[in-house]
Design a protein around this ligand. Structure first.
Ligand SMILES: Cc1cc2nc3c(=O)[nH]c(=O)nc-3n(C[C@H](O)[C@H](O)[C@H](O)COP(=O)(O)O)c2cc1C
Length: 394
């Protein structure tokens, strides 16, 4: 398949993060079938140094306010190694911290010269001045206005794309923050200025961890005091990433690569149906290792074959025709129905606070169709899957 002129053996890109910071990790990515990697963010100047600290709940979320970024020389060395020692498509996730916007172009060119296949402009990281701004803290001359701050501003984002396009021939793929007022407008600004593709992630971009209620409310980040708001990733943002992908796919026609809570091959296929041409993951690899990539790849291939699709292109954006605004919804009349043979009469389905349609009888629960709103909340509550939604007969 092709993604923004890049030849890829499949749509799987390992997302920029602590899983793409060393050559050994990139080799693992290749061994497990990834087509491409986006290396850990490269910065011209580090606004803070320190290793990864995170609040992590597997299957749910990782919130991290700090991670080790690559210096330019480290990034160049990794890119060179990746091109010499793997056959991966190598994207370089970078941002400039210099006042002169031309530095974006000069930096990108240095990476093109050592063999990078594409530039992924980091317009998404919220751990710089975005987090300070959200706390109402003063932004000083020393503060580095980069990452998500650039991705919130359609004009600035477009200007950065244009600068980089003037310096390099390889594809330029801005990675946008979901915190923008209208990410669609930022996407359009980037595409107008020559972006070859877009990298998306669902929001919100920042979150706060829970706190230790028995220890004065200390944020539950291990080995850190004080804490900070941190970038939120993993399963918690999957639905938001579906939405952002569908939103941007409606607004621009360049290919999209989406990351945010992809944990299984089903999630990856769903993301593509929402409009992504490629899928990307970081947190699931942090939880389960690179084997998860192999599982997702195989599952996606088997799905395509079993369903009679001949290429990934055939599924990209399939869901878009099924989406509109709330004032255009077509609601089919219907109600919940309980199968008495499966019902254990536990009464859980009678609990929802917004519903008075389910009654508990002597041996099983029963829905009164005339009272049922048709919302389907009870379906997911039933421990024996005895409830289904049925259409009302005319
Ligand atoms: C610890 C950590 C570090 C990350 N570092 C970067 C980074 O350097 N550059 C970047 O663009 N995205 C970074 N990300 C975001 C991921 O690339 C990805 O877009 C996001 O985590 C959503 O995908 P996921 O839910 O599969 O992790 C990082 C994510 C995590 C969890």
């Amino acid at each position: 398949m092709k993604f923004a002129d890049l030849e890829m053996k499949n749509p799987i890109v390992i997302a920029s993060g602590p899983v793409t910071a060393t050559i050994d990790q990139l080799k693992e990515a290749e061994k497990n079938g990834a087509a491409a990697v986006s290396i850990k963010q490269v910065m011209t100047r580090q606004s803070f140094r320190g290793n990864l600290r995170a609040y992590s709940v597997p299957e749910e979320v990782i919130i991290f306010p700090i991670d080790k970024r690559l210096d330019v020389e480290e990034g160049l060395a990794l890119t060179r190694q990746a091109k010499e020692q793997t056959s991966l498509v190598v994207m370089v996730n970078l941002s400039s911290q210099e006042k002169d916007i031309e530095e974006y172009g000069r930096l990108a060119k240095r990476f093109e010269d050592v063999g990078a296949d594409a530039i992924e402009i980091n317009m998404c990281c919220p751990n710089f001045s975005l987090s300070k701004r959200q706390l109402g803290m003063d932004i000083t001359e020393e503060d580095i206005e980069t990452g998500a701050i650039t991705g919130q501003n359609p004009k600035l984002a477009g200007e950065i794309v244009k600068v980089i396009k003037d310096y390099v021939k390889i594809p330029v793929i801005p990675k946008l923050t979901p915190t923008a007022l209208d990410i669609g407008a930022v996407a359009e600004g980037c595409v107008r200025n020559g972006a070859d593709g877009l990298s998306l992630v669902g929001g919100p971009s920042l979150a706060a961890p829970p706190v230790d209620i028995y220890n004065g409310g200390l944020p539950l980040y291990p080995l850190m005091d004080p804490g900070a708001f941190g970038a939120i990733n993993g399963s918690a943002i999957r639905y938001a990433t579906f939405k952002v992908t569908g939103q941007v796919a409606q607004r621009v026609s360049v290919p999209l690569v989406s990351s945010g809570g992809i944990d299984t091959w089903e999630h990856a296929i769903q993301m593509m149906m929402w409009g992504a041409s490629a899928v990307s993951m970081c947190t699931s690899i942090m939880w389960r290792g690179f084997e998860v990539v192999d599982r997702i790849r195989k599952g996606m291939e088997q799905f395509l074959e079993a369903q009679g699709y001949h290429s990934y292109d055939e599924i990209v954006g399939l869901s878009l025709k099924h989406i509109s605004s709330s004032d255009h919804l077509g609601l089919r009349p219907g109600y919940a129905q309980i199968d008495p043979a499966k019902c254990r009469n536990c009464g859980i389905c009678t609990k929802p606070g917004h519903c008075n349609a389910v009654v508990q009888e002597q041996h099983y629960c029963r829905v009164i169709p005339e009272r049922c709103l048709g919302c389907s909340v009870c379906v997911g509550l039933c421990p024996t899957r005895a409830i289904t939604m049925v259409e009302a007969q005319e």
